[in-house]
Design a protein around this ligand. Structure first.
Ligand code: ADP
Ligand code: ZN
Length: 435
């Protein structure tokens, strides 16, 4: 298949050229941050590092890390590296785990972010002849704005739907001939369910590709969405702290996401010791923004668990690839001493023919962890015979035990009874944290 690139020279640059570019940018960036962000200057001073110690990308490991705790402490302006008068935009994280983190952008920052999203759209087959339906939330959340900007850059006809009002999403998709859908994977699955309900088959809608991200999703969920919507589903990754979606994106090979490493340098570290791990190791993903001006985080610990690979890719891009992050260090539940990731539950459900609509509820009763998983009954499995329901619950619980090593109490609940956020899905309710 002929490949299209949005910025071919950068996306296919040789290793040496890329390292040279990264080194030049890093040297400049460290100086910019040291001179303009007293918070980070203090961290560097404490570590005994000065900008003179950073001569190339090989010196990156000398710099101190930044964490979400630093961002919260420095809220709102403590990590700002440009006068507010030069900033043109603010975005913010969803803030479910504590005080919101706010990020600032100059026009240059918005431009480079939109370029990253444009690379993702082109890698998914997008051209100026496409109609791109952006069903990520618009507002403080970065999803809507990022893909919207990228879509404009590619020259697609942009349909700024935002999330929600699924009936209207489906109507406009059909009436206006949307060929690319951008939203969270959980919302894509939800749109797929609505289509099924209305007996609209995958061949009856104009979509050909989807760009889904902002939350973890499994290969099984990908297959499910690809079938119900009749599309090829591409992953996209990013976080507000580094700008938003588009930090990494998937190509036709679908074996990991290319990191836009001319702007965001990726490292994998041991989350316990902070030591940089060699290529191919599993660990915590750390990003350094090489040329963002207003909010240039250096060595930001994402808490996402991931693996990097430089294996040659059939798409021709030379950008390093990151595996699908399968959970964050702080997403991992420890239940009765066993590590449990929501993605494992999702895999079991899809393998067993259920939809990825579930909620994990963990509590502590008399010093013992309780572990329940509520799963929505699907239309084709629906029955009102108590015995059959109990047997299905038991069989799911056993399948989960095989995957996890411990078995949850599985409860099948009515279709559509689990609350759906149209942005990110709420998969875990851990009541233990509330005491
Ligand atoms: P928060 O969720 O912390 O409020 P963001 O809205 O910026 O902040 O979300 C960024 C996080 O979302 C990432 O650190 C990662 O955990 C998750 N994420 C984003 N894209 C993906 C993806 N494609 N796959 C898995 N996780 C993702
Ligand atoms: Zn590729």
């Amino acid at each position: 298949m002929a490949q299209n690139y949005y910025q071919k020279e950068t996306e296919t640059m040789s290793r040496e050229e890329m390292r040279k570019l990264q080194s030049e940018k890093l040297v400049k960036q460290v100086r910019h941050v040291y001179e303009n962000v007293p918070y980070y200057k203090n961290l560097m001073d404490e570590k005994g590092v000065t900008p003179d110690d950073i001569k190339s990308i090989d010196d990156l490991h000398k710099l101190p890390f930044l964490s979400k705790a630093d961002l919260r402490e420095a809220y709102p302006y403590g990590l700002l590296a440009k006068p507010l008068s030069e900033c043109v935009r603010i975005h913010s994280t969803s803030g479910t785990t504590g005080r919101r983190v706010v990020a600032f952008y100059t026009q240059h920052d918005v431009d480079l972010w939109e370029d990253c999203c444009a690379r993702a759209i082109v890698a998914a087959g997008g051209t100026k002849d496409d109609v791109c339906q952006v069903a990520y939330g618009y507002g403080l959340f970065t999803g809507g704005a990022g893909l919207h900007g990228g879509s404009h850059k590619v020259g697609c006809l942009t349909l700024p739907m935002s999330s929600g009002n699924t009936e209207r999403q489906v109507q406009f998709m059909n009436d206006l001939g949307a060929t690319i859908l951008c939203c969270t994977p959980s919302y894509a699955a939800y749109i797929g369910e609505s289509l099924k309900e209305q007996s609209i088959g995958p061949d009856e809608i104009p979509l050909k590709a989807g760009i889904f991200g902002a939350e973890p999703w499994t290969e099984e969920m990908r297959k499910n969405i690809e079938q119900t919507l009749g599309i090829k589903a591409y992953d996209i990754y990013g976080l507000t702290e580094t700008s938003g979606p588009g930090v990494a994106f998937e190509c036709s090979e679908q074996t990991g996401m290319h990191v836009n490493e001319d702007h965001f340098y990726a490292e994998i570290i041991d989350p316990d010791t902070g030591e940089v791990l060699p290529e191919g190791s599993r660990g915590e993903l750390v990003f350094t923004a090489l040329d963002k001006e207003a909010f240039p985080l250096l060595r930001y610990r994402t808490r996402d668990i991931c693996v990097l690979s430089r294996k040659q890719c059939s798409c021709g891009r030379t950008l390093v690839k990151m595996a699908k992050p399968m959970g964050r260090t702080d997403d991992m539940l420890i239940i009765r001493g066993v590590n449990v990731f929501p993605s494992q539950i999702e895999t079991v459900l899809l393998n067993e023919g259920y939809e990825p609509n579930y909620q994990i509820i963990v509590d502590r009763v008399k010093n013992n962890d309780t572990f329940e998983v509520n799963v929505e009954m699907t239309a084709d499995k629906f029955t009102d015979k108590v015995g059959e329901i109990l047997a299905m619950e038991k069989s799911l619980s056993l399948a989960m035990k095989t995957m996890l090593g411990i078995n949850p109490a599985v409860r099948l609940v009515a279709p559509k009874s689990i609350v759906r956020s149209e942005g990110k899905a709420v998969r875990v309710i851990d009541k233990r944290k509330l005491v």
